[in-house]
Write a protein that binds this ligand. Structure first.
Ligand code: KG4
Ligand code: ZN
Length: 341
């Protein structure tokens, strides 16, 4: 007899350069969340090297799993857990495979149902650790790989209303970081530099008309041109001002498209998630938008904005409630995304 009163899920995340396992109760309480980051191994290449990433995941997956189970006090998985979940896309194929195989194997060995989670749904579900969402909601998902405006008519439904036509917001931060000679990933350091600078340089940001799509590659090029020009003519320039001006352009682009979406779709709730959601200027801009339109905003906690398995456990719980389980022959889907509205 299973006498569980709580639903506890063991979740895995390995889509990029973090190997993570977490134990989450009822989709909103973290019992453990262990993240092994491999950033240092990729830094000298200026970005993630897929082969290096999958090798790291293989090395770390068992250790993070054991630590997550121990910290959460799980010693009898079959009795204590309700399900096992893992990210199956989007992400790097070799990286995704490690977490997905770990999840499916654990589920099989312990006779538990398996839940396949979309990484983007995971980022959005990090908000569930703060409070329950009211629907319909507009989710703003900004990470190193994605920039999406998503319409959520009800729980666990996602429709794309806007996306990036070229670089993702985090990718733009990382590329500008490279131009400024910063280490990968550069988002946090650009934010810190921006704090010491003034947004006095006009970097143009592409405004696509009448839609909710984004474009960040022109902005990156204009930062590159600005820096190259000054270096070529040996003219001094303030790197902090470049960071502040670039950050302001990105924040404005994201908030302006969100404003358009708020006016058209009239959501009851705003959700902000993804690695770039850790950006304080972006958070402030959304807090202001929330006040202006009197729409409640839930931001992913800064610590849970980047990749981690707890957010996958939160998203998995929504599937668990609907008994949306996945077969154990499920494969990874590196280009998984939601459908356009
Ligand atoms: O969600 P995430 O951890 O991985 C992906 O799924 O892509 O996002 C990583 C991205 C990187 O591009 C990183 O530079 C950016 O999030 N990031 C930030 C900040 N912290 C991380 N960007 C701007 N400001 C930050 N404080
Ligand atoms: Zn992510």
């Amino acid at each position: 007899m299973n006498e569980k009163t709580d639903d506890i899920i063991l979740a895995f995340e390995s889509s990029a350069d973090e190997t993570s396992a977490a134990v989450v109760k009822n989709g909103n309480t973290i019992l453990s969340n262990v993240v092994a980051t491999q950033i240092a191994s990729h830094q000298r290449f200026g970005g993630i090297v897929p082969e290096v990433a999958s090798r790291h995941h293989l090395e770390w997956i068992n250790r993070v799993t054991e630590e997550a189970l121990t910290k959460a006090g799980i010693n009898d998985p079959e009795r204590q857990l309700s399900a096992v979940a893992a990210t199956y896309g989007p992400g790097l194929v070799g990286s995704l495979l490690v977490g997905l195989m770990a999840g499916k194997t654990f589920a099989m060995v312990h006779h538990l149902p398996f839940i396949a989670v979309n990484h983007l749904a995971g980022h959005i579900s990090a908000a569930n650790f703060v409070k329950a969402t009211v629907y319909p909601a507009l989710a703003i998902m900004v990470s190193g790989g994605h920039t999406e405006l998503l319409w959520m008519e009800k729980e666990n439904t996602f429709q794309i209303i806007g996306t990036t036509l070229d670089d993702a917001a985090g990718e733009a931060f990382d590329k500008v970081g490279r131009i400024l000679g910063l280490k990968y990933p550069a988002g946090k350091e650009i934010q810190e530099m921006a704090g010491h600078g003034k947004a006095v340089i006009k970097f143009p940001i592409a405004h696509t008309e009448d839609d909710f799509d984004f474009s960040f590659s022109g902005l990156k090029s204009s930062v590159l041109n600005y820096v190259h020009h000054h270096e070529q003519v040996s003219e001094e320039f303030n790197r902090n001002d470049v960071a502040a001006s670039f950050q302001k352009a990105v924040v404005e682009a994201i908030t302006e498209k969100s404003r358009l979406a708020i006016e058209k779709f009239q959501p009851k709730q705003l959700l902000l998630g993804g690695g770039v959601a850790a950006n304080l200027a972006l958070r402030t801009a959304f807090e202001n938008l929330s006040k202006e339109y009197k729409i409640e905003l839930t931001e992913a906690p800064i610590k849970l904005s980047g990749d981690n398995a707890a957010m996958i456990g939160a998203a998995a719980y929504l599937n668990y409630k609907q008994r949306l389980f996945a077969p154990l022959d499920l494969n990874v889907d590196p280009s998984l995304n939601f459908a356009r509205m």
